[in-house]
Design a protein around this ligand. Structure first.
Ligand SMILES: NC(=O)c1ccc[n+]([C@@H]2O[C@H](COP(=O)([O-])OP(=O)(O)OC[C@H]3O[C@@H](n4cnc5c(N)ncnc54)[C@H](OP(=O)(O)O)[C@@H]3O)[C@@H](O)[C@H]2O)c1
Length: 350
């Protein structure tokens, strides 16, 4: 039985469902072509072949996504990589005083790495140092990454001493977001500059501070914190969303440029996590499957180190990304995000 007659049968059965409707339509078109001229078989065969190629591509893509999800989010939790041996003794973390950065500091200390922790708040930094010093060596650097002091990164580079200290991992984590979702002109100018300095400039300059040592030692890992907001535009969080696109593209180029030096780059692109960054919303402050706590997220995300160069870091965020990527067009995504952010924002009532 030829493919066209299979399509014809499906058409005649008038089966319901998207796939059968698709085949039925194809069968109908083939029938019209045959009615015009039976010798037009070559046209039918060409369309059939194209359909088969497309379907095969879709099936492979689905299988590969499922396999990657299993390898990155499940297998990685079972089969752990020795981070110290693979990358080096020390990890540098920016924004290590709260949220995800603090949880990474805890998780990497448990994995045997020594830590250089960077934060703007001396008291909070000292508290983290007191907590983690019994487990590992901790060096703290007080630095406000929102500063426009031109000597800031020179000082940080000297304090890190990246060429002599065996820095294996740099986690560019520190970041800011709007205090409340709103239009661009409703954001204070200072907030806009914070996004440029903390979310963008700090990622570049911290990488410049640490990379020379990694290049000399021919090993290392740079983890850059982007966001799911970089996959598709996020209105009412415009500057944030754009700053995370910057991080994503910078990461990708860095990865290619320094691959030959055995330096890995990982881009993290999570969805919402329950931290003080998302304190504008009561909904996001309640940890759940969709919006995990920083601790739950980090347990998953740290396991993805060395397993994926770009990941949401958390399985349910991976699922969210898969569903929106496959089934939600950009216009629908931006429209629904707009209403979602407007509805979950409780900052005005606080
Ligand atoms: N939470 C989410 O939904 C989410 C989703 C995707 C991506 N991310 C990204 O994840 C990263 C961490 O966010 P988080 O949720 O953990 O936020 P958080 O709880 O607010 O922690 C942010 C950290 O960055 C530090 N920081 C902020 N501004 C700084 C500055 N000027 N100088 C030095 N340190 C500064 C904070 O210091 P203080 O303790 O002094 O405030 C804190 O340690 C950010 O890059 C964010 O964009 C978050």
């Amino acid at each position: 039985m030829s493919i066209e007659s299979v399509a014809e049968v499906l058409y005649k059965k008038k089966q319901r469902g998207r796939l059968s409707r698709y085949w039925a339509t194809m069968g109908f078109i083939f029938q019209i072509i045959r009615d015009i001229d039976p010798k037009l078989r070559v046209v039918i065969d060409t369309f059939t072949l194209l359909g088969l190629i497309y379907s095969t591509r879709v099936v492979f893509s689905l299988l590969s996504t499922a396999f990657t999800g299993f390898r990155v989010h499940l297998w990685s939790r079972v089969w752990k990589i020795d981070l110290k041996q693979r990358y080096g003794e020390w990890a540098v973390i920016t924004g290590a005083t709260d949220g995800i950065g603090l949880e990474y500091a805890r998780a990497l200390a448990k994995r045997g790495l020594s830590l250089v922790l960077i934060g703007r708040n001396e008291v909070k930094l000292a508290r983290v140092k007191t907590e983690l010093s019994p487990i590992t060596s901790v060096v703290t650097i007080v630095a406000d990454l929102n500063s426009d002091d031109p000597t800031l990164y020179e000082r940080i580079a000297t304090d890190i001493d990246g060429t002599n200290r065996d820095i294996g991992i740099l986690f560019n984590n520190a970041g800011v977001m709007y205090d409340s979702p709103n239009r661009f002109m409703d954001q204070p100018e200072d907030k806009v500059w914070q996004h440029v300095r903390v979310n963008i400039a700090a990622v570049l300059m911290m990488t410049r501070a640490v990379l020379p040592g990694m290049i000399a030692r021919r090993r290392g890992l740079v983890i850059n914190m982007s966001s799911i907001a970089a996959y598709k535009p996020l209105p009412l969080m415009g500057v944030y969303s754009a700053s995370k696109v910057f991080v994503e593209w910078f990461s990708k180029t860095l990865e290619v440029e320094y691959k030959s030096y055995n330096i890995e780059v990982q881009t993290l692109m999570p969805s919402y996590i329950s931290t003080k960054l998302t304190s504008f919303s009561d909904l996001l402050q309640k940890p759940s499957l969709a919006f995990p706590s920083a601790e739950t997220f980090t347990a998953n995300a740290v396991a993805t180190i060395g397993r994926a160069s770009k990941t949401t870091g958390y399985w349910s965020h991976g699922l969210q990304h898969f569903l929106t990527d496959w089934f939600v067009p950009e216009w629908a995504y931006t429209l629904s995000s707009w209403h979602f952010l407007r509805n979950i924002d409780n900052s005005k009532t606080k």
